[in-house]
Every structure is written in structure tokens, then in C-alpha cells.
Design a protein around this ligand. Structure first.
Ligand SMILES: C=C/C=C(\O)C(=O)O
Length: 262
């Protein structure tokens, strides 16, 4: 671990602690591997604090999101148990810095994925069930001024996530053709389709399984995988109520709490 990577991790941890976004960290990072080393430092710190790993998120899988954020390759980050919000419950004000929401397919695994190279069949065999999910992404970096290095170091801009509660077997859903809509109090604010996620959400999962196995931290039975947004990310503000629906998977909802009066 280099001093510069430590400095990047400290800058991001300070943003989490203070609730104030920081300057980008790319000036301290030499390439994507170095950015993942910073992410690893953050993860080790969180696990040492007693937080529990529940899986991974994949980011930047759809062209719409890549265009919105100006970053053009997929990445991943960790999911922790305290990032999960029950379906329909409120996300406390300030819990996620600069929040935005997106809808995606979650896979819950019942087998490890430890091969050097995985196939879609491996991922299907390893998946217990799929769920609809809202991911509330956030950025510890001021004004979302990110490059790939910034977002990777910042845990792939992960925030919180909300899973639907009706498990669906992969044999019962066509994830490629599954349409997605997010509504804010009944108004459509994002639409998309499974095919927008690297061609198919299972392709994104194969990419993640291969990448993590190569890094020596493979996906394990019990992990939840958020496979990536199916359509544009939506800025959110206190008081917003969002519902996401994905064909064949059903719906999931969350709300954003108002700031506390001081
Ligand atoms: C910045 C985060 C992007 C994602 O999470 C995504 O594209 O799914």
C-alpha cells in the first residue's frame, strides 16, 4: 500500500465521517488497480469496524449511466449489511451523500463462483433467485466530479440498497427483455430494460465473477449481487418516494426522509 493510496482512503473516510463531499482522489491514484487498492483499504477498515459483507454491486453497466457520469467501463464495489434498507422503508436524511437512485436486478447466490472463467450456465447454476432492487448510489466526491479512478476508489459510488421481497427463479423470467420503470409519486423518471445492462444482467454477473475470482476474492454462496442499472440514474431529494418495477420480478420502493429541523 503506498502513502498516496492511504491519503486517498483518508480523504474518502473523512468525507463519510463529516458528511461533506471531498475533492476528487484521482490525483493520488495511478491507474485502476491502484483505485481498487484504495477501495480495498476502505473495505478492510469497515470490516475491522464489525460491518458485514453481504455481496457486491456492479456499476456503470449501461450506456445511459456511462454517458451521465462520463465513465465508460464497468466497475464493482462491496455491499455491507447496514447498507440494506427493507422494502418500503425510508432512507434517513444524510445517510447517502449526493444521492441518486437506479433500478436493477439483484441475484442471490447459493453456490460459490471460483472458476478462472465463468459461463452464463455457471452463474445460472449458482443463483438461488433474483429480486428487483433500488440502489441508492452516492458520491463522496464533490459534485460527482468523477473519473473511473475516483468512483472505483469510492466503493463504486455505493450508498444503500433496497431489495424486493418476492424471490423469482431465473427459469421464470426473461431478464434480457425485462422492462424497467422508476416512478416518483406516480411520475415516470427513468425507464430501461435488462438488455441495457451489458446486453444481459447475467453477462454483468459473469464479468464480476471472473474479475473477483482473478483477484482472489470470489463470489460466495449467500452473496447478493446488484448487477447494474437498467436505465438512467435519477437525482433524489428529501421527501421523494420512489417505486421501481421490473417485468417478471415485481416492484420495490423506498422514500427519502426530510432533513431534521435543528
Ligand atoms: C455510479 C454508480 C453507477 C451504478 O451503480 C450503475 O451504473 O449501476
Amino acid at each position: 500500500m503506498t502513502d498516496r493510496q492511504q491519503a486517498a482512503a483518508s480523504r474518502l473516510l473523512e468525507a463519510y465521517a463529516s458528511g461533506r463531499p471531498c475533492e476528487p482522489v484521482r490525483d493520488l491514484i495511478d491507474g485502476v488497480d491502484s483505485a481498487y487498492a484504495v477501495q480495498h483499504l476502505l473495505t478492510e477498515r469497515w470490516l475491522a469496524d464489525g460491518r458485514r459483507l453481504t455481496g457486491r454491486k456492479i456499476g456503470l453497466t449501461s450506456r445511459a449511466v456511462q454517458r451521465q457520469l462520463g465513465v465508460d467501463s464497468p466497475d464493482f464495489g462491496v455491499l455491507l449489511a447496514d447498507m440494506a434498507v427493507p422494502d418500503g422503508e425510508e432512507i434517513p436524511a444524510g445517510a447517502v451523500l449526493q444521492p441518486r437512485a437506479e433500478a436493477e436486478v439483484a441475484l442471490v447466490l447459493e453456490r460459490d463462483l471460483t472458476h478462472g472463467r465463468h459461463t452464463v450456465a455457471d452463474v445460472i447454476r449458482a443463483t438461488a433467485f433474483a429480486l428487483p432492487a433500488i440502489e441508492v448510489v452516492g458520491s463522496r466526491i464533490r459534485d460527482w466530479d468523477i473519473t473511473l479512478a475516483d468512483t472505483v476508489a469510492d466503493n463504486a459510488s455505493a450508498g444503500m440498497y433496497v431489495l424486493g421481497t418476492r424471490p423469482v427463479l431465473l427459469r421464470d423470467v426473461d431478464l434480457r427483455m425485462a422492462g424497467m420503470v422508476i416512478e416518483r409519486r406516480g411520475e415516470q423518471v427513468s425507464t430501461g430494460v435488462g438488455a441495457a445492462c451489458l446486453g444481459h444482467p447475467l453477462h454483468a454477473a459473469v464479468w464480476l465473477a471472473d474479475t473477483l475470482a482473478r483477484l482472489g476474492t470470489p463470489l460466495r454462496a449467500g452473496d447478493t449481487v446488484l448487477t447494474g442499472a437498467l436505465g438512467p440514474v435519477v437525482p433524489v431529494k428529501p421527501g421523494d418516494v420512489l417505486e421501481a418495477r421490473i417485468d417478471g420480478l415485481g416492484d420495490v420502493r423506498t422514500a427519502f426522509a426530510h432533513e431534521e429541523e435543528s
